[in-house]
Design a protein around this ligand. Structure first.
Ligand SMILES: CC(C)(COP(=O)([O-])OP(=O)([O-])OC[C@H]1O[C@@H](n2cnc3c(N)ncnc32)[C@H](O)[C@@H]1OP(=O)([O-])[O-])[C@@H](O)C(=O)NCCC(=O)NCCSC(=O)C[C@@](C)(O)CC(=O)[O-]
Length: 299
């Protein structure tokens, strides 16, 4: 399969990244990050999450964040909604697009959202219904697609079954998450090949964590499988509160550098993206997780 001319990046740093930071991050710092990302040309930003603040305290200010957004035309600002309560809160906050999230492993589903996979899918049905009613688009996630921290190996057919349920209930796109970053390019190709047996490739996205240093290689493998949407996190922020030892998502700067090198357009200004990533890294007092940013900023 030939490489695409254009790839869409879904920036998950303000949500997947910041949800896992140990130090509290103020709403104004989050807003600064989101605005900087939009200025860099990022067209899709997952900016918050309407989940229980007892479970994920870092996402507690999501309603204030959406209230304070200076929306740039052409940019989608999305948020996670695990149930109808989360959807209603997101709607009230002016969210344009939500994401529901399921897992391919039962144990992860229990730890992450306190219910079985089938219960989670049932919970999403009223979310889908309400979203349709209000003209809100819904993206779907499947976690643990290339391994689970509690169950180990996860069969691609199990991933395909859960992804297919999300797609069939109306998610316009399903993002396959390598939550613990154990996936390798070969396993990634097999996974997309199997899932694409049920869902068109153009409706799938890749979400890679870089725990084992495989994320960029997995993105390249996904490109070869015809995947054209990838989730990434500026400065490699993040991890997962329910997957011990998982590092952040692949860094957006590194993905843009990879895609630039392949002649694939993203619409993102790499220098501005690097500046946004360094700014939030300074705010958090943490090392910048992007290798490209580190190289560029020390040159
Ligand atoms: C799903 C629940 C809420 C179930 O949590 P639960 O305790 O089973 O739910 P419940 O319905 O029994 O409600 C318990 C309490 O939570 C409240 N509640 C109920 N719903 C909400 C809501 N939406 N927002 C705010 N509060 C809520 C509810 O009102 C009640 O409050 P209380 O009476 O105790 O004061 C909980 O398990 C939860 O919030 N989990 C957080 C999961 C999460 O955010 N995980 C991280 C994101 S997923 C991810 O990062 C993976 C991904 C997507 O990036 C892809 C990848 O890398 O794999």
């Amino acid at each position: 399969m030939s490489l695409p001319q254009r790839v869409r990046l879904v920036e998950v740093g303000p949500r997947d990244g910041l949800q896992n930071e140990a130090v509290p991050v103020s709403v104004s710092d989050k807003l600064q990050l989101v605005h900087n990302l939009a200025e860099a040309g990022v067209s899709y930003i997952e900016a918050g999450s309407f989940v229980s603040p007892k479970w994920v305290p870092q996402m507690a200010g999501s309603a204030e964040l959406f209230a304070g957004l200076l929306r740039k035309p052409g940019v989608t600002y999305a948020a996670l909604a695990p149930n109808l309560r989360g959807f209603e809160d997101a709607l009230a906050a002016g969210v344009q697009e939500v994401a529901v999230f399921a897992a391919a492993s039962e144990a992860f589903s229990q730890r992450n959202i306190n219910c079985s996979i089938s219960e989670s899918l049932e919970r999403f049905l009223p979310v889908m219904e309400a979203a349709r009613l209000h003209g809100i688009t819904v993206r779907g996630y499947v976690s643990c697609v290339l391994g689970c921290p509690y169950e180990g190996t996860v069969a691609p057919t199990q991933v395909a079954a859960v992804a297919n349920e999300l797609y069939a209930m109306g998610c316009y796109e399903v993002s396959l998450g390598d939550t613990i970053g154990t996936g390798t390019p070969g396993a990634t190709r097999t996974l997309f090949d199997v899932v694409a047996g049920q869902i068109p490739r153009g409706k799938l996205a890749g979400h890679f964590h870089d725990t084992y240093g495989q994320a960029l290689a997995n993105i390249y493998a996904s490109l070869l499988e015809g995947i054209q949407v990838f989730d990434s996190s500026v400065a490699g922020l993040g991890g997962c509160p329910y997957a011990k030892g998982a590092t952040g998502n692949v860094s957006s700067e590194d993905v843009v550098y990879l895609l630039n090198g392949l002649g694939i357009e993203t619409g993102i200004d790499l220098d501005k993206l690097i500046a946004a990533g360094q700014r939030i890294s300074d705010t958090l007092g943490r090392a910048n997780g992007s290798r490209v940013a580190k190289a560029r900023l020390s040159a």
